[in-house]
Design a protein around this ligand. Structure first.
Ligand SMILES: [Fe+2]
Ligand SMILES: [Fe+2]
Length: 248
């Protein structure tokens, strides 16, 4: 009986998704849709929180008082993003305390385990990763789960400010002959790692996410749109951009 209910629920749910409508109640989604949605939202929330923790030492490490405030604001934004998404995860019945304390945000993207070692590293990470997240989360802002799409609108606005921050500093360090080698080194270090966060082309999981309109593009299309955006910018600062085939 349960199977029949689940399959008729699936038909109704897919009808709604394919008509372009958004879903917003737990009652109208199947277990499979819910698990796929949770996978994406938990990965985002764990990454937002791990990202915030990675930036914390750079409040102290920032070169000026104005920059300390900028870093503190970025940390606050990232914790807020984490909370906004964890709240949605909790509404789907998941114990968020466990994700944070027992699982130690293990669903974060791999790149968030990498420590940030210098100010040049920090601003390059900020430049490349906040942009990468922006491209990845663009799909979420128009996905079939209404509450997630709505939460993404404010998050995207704040991410845009982070992107500007990274851009200003990368340009600044690249234009000074004393710091240009540091920022090029930081680019060479982060590029392969951040290029990897998009995942492989044509994966089975990506196809499932697209079937449910939780994503709208293949991983490779997202990677290409990121690469097309960063390349002319970095080249205009006099930096050499690694090939898109360099994955760490
Ligand atoms: Fe964020
Ligand atoms: Fe950010």
């Amino acid at each position: 009986m349960l199977v029949v209910n689940e399959s008729s629920k699936h038909e109704t749910m897919m009808g709604k998704i394919n008509s372009g409508a958004q879903l917003d109640s737990v009652e109208e989604i199947t277990e499979d849709y819910k698990q796929n949605l949770l996978k994406l939202m938990i990965a985002q929330a764990d990454s937002e929180l791990a990202g915030a923790y990675g930036y914390v030492p750079w409040i102290e490490g920032a070169p000026t008082v104005a920059e300390k405030l900028a870093m503190a604001n970025i940390v606050k934004d990232e914790v807020r993003h984490a909370k906004a998404i964890y709240d949605l995860v909790e509404r789907l019945g998941v114990n968020v305390d466990q994700l944070i304390h027992e699982d130690k945000m293990k669903n974060r993207m791999q790149v968030f385990y990498e420590p940030i070692k210098t100010w040049a590293d920090l601003v390059m990470f900020n430049f490349l990763m906040d942009r990468a997240a922006g491209h990845q989360l663009q799909d979420a802002a128009q996905c079939s789960w209404g509450p997630w799409a709505a939460a993404m609108v404010q998050i995207e606005k704040e991410e845009l400010m982070h992107v500007r921050h990274g851009e200003t500093w990368v340009r600044k360090l690249a234009s000074d002959p004393l710091t240009a080698p540091d920022i090029q080194r930081a680019l060479n270090f982060w590029f392969p790692k951040i290029n990897k966060v998009f995942g492989k082309a044509g994966t089975q999981s990506n196809q499932t996410f697209r079937k449910y309109k939780l994503k709208s593009r293949d991983n490779d299309d997202v990677r290409n749109s990121w690469y097309k955006e960063i390349t002319p910018l970095l080249e205009s600062y006099g930096l050499t951009v690694p090939s898109i085939d360099v994955v760490g």
